[in-house]
Write a protein that binds this ligand. Structure first.
Ligand code: GDP
Ligand code: ZN
Length: 288
């Protein structure tokens, strides 16, 4: 039988096959191969009485580390313009991480009930780069239907900085207190999120990772010559560069730089590319 791991606790994996949930152990051979099953894995299981055994793990299409989930297909990148103030570099980093991890990204601006003078500028920049943008007031249930429409057929993760409303959205969707929201934990004066295992939860004909993703935002593990492929709006121009291995940095006759000058690529996106490239190049181990 084939299914997907939706939950894992203490060496036991819960595998969803069609409409049944099986509790499975993993074969020892995975340990020898240093391969351990993770939630989101598509697996082949055999059933022995009540319990199952994971026989095979199929190739992963993507692999997130925080939380540990395989085969996520898309990320809702949640930000706000106010409370907390929009950090454009951080948003760019999230987009970059999604591109690098092969995830489709959908940007969600939450807290649209608060003032936001920057919106037109930001919208123009993101849409010209080819990103889809949704506008929400999660607290007031505004925009959530549009978000729901995107879930079908996907394994989705919510990510973004703390305080933007990720837990509010997840709690509304999943109808139980999966995570404490900021308000509650401030009152109780405890740490923000208690550690717990992530789970894949069925929702709107798709699966949601029930804890927010990507808390770590270091980008220096991205090889410097792969970085440019995370900027999808460069795709159209790359072939026109004089040098095959052009990094669109200090090289002459660069079609990407020309597109920036002509206003076809947003200059702030290009500047972010250069800034990140320089960061990567200045890290030890990445200098070639
Ligand atoms: P998280 O850290 O991203 O999970 O954020 P939370 O879901 O904990 O939300 C942080 C705070 O923002 C809470 O006090 C929420 O009530 C509040 N919040 C959530 N959605 C909205 C919204 O649409 N508008 C406003 N003004 N506040 C919101
Ligand atoms: Zn170039």
């Amino acid at each position: 039988m084939e299914g997907i791991i939706v939950k894992g606790i203490g060496g036991l994996y819960y595998v969803k096959c069609e409409d049944k949930l099986y509790t499975c152990k993993a074969r020892g051979k995975f340990r020898h191969n240093k391969l351990s099953p993770m939630i989101g894995d598509y697996v082949k299981i055999s059933i022995d009485g009540e319990d199952g055994v994971i026989e095979e793990i199929y190739d992963r299409k993507s692999e997130l580390i925080r939380p540990v989930v395989a085969n996520v297909t898309q990320a809702f990148i949640v930000f706000a313009f106010r409370h907390p103030d929009l950090n454009r570099d951080l948003l760019s980093k999230f987009l970059l991480l999604c591109e690098y991890n092969n995830l489709k990204s959908i940007i969600c601006f939450n807290k649209m009930d608060l003032e936001n003078e920057e919106i037109d500028k930001v919208r123009e920049e993101l849409e010209s780069a080819g990103y889809e943008v949704l506008y929400l007031e999660a607290k007031n249930n505004v925009g959530l239907e549009k978000l729901k429409d995107k879930i079908k057929g996907n394994i989705s993760v919510f990510c973004g900085p703390s305080g933007v409303g990720k837990s509010t959205i997840l709690n509304k969707f999943l109808g139980r207190e999966f995570m404490e929201t900021g308000e509650i934990s401030n009152k109780l004066k405890r740490g923000k999120h208690t550690t717990r295992h992530s789970e894949l939860v069925e929702f709107e004909d798709g699966l949601l990772v029930d804890t927010p993703g990507f808390s770590s935002l270091e980008l220096d593990f991205i090889p410097k010559d792969e970085l440019q492929y995370c900027f999808r709006e460069f795709d159209k121009y790359r072939d026109g560069c004089k040098f095959n291995n052009c990094m669109h940095y200090k090289e002459p006759n660069c079609a990407v730089k020309e597109a920036v000058q002509d206003g076809k690529i947003h200059s702030s996106r290009y500047e972010f590319y250069i800034k990140t490239l320089e960061e990567i190049m200045s890290c030890r181990g990445n200098k070639k």
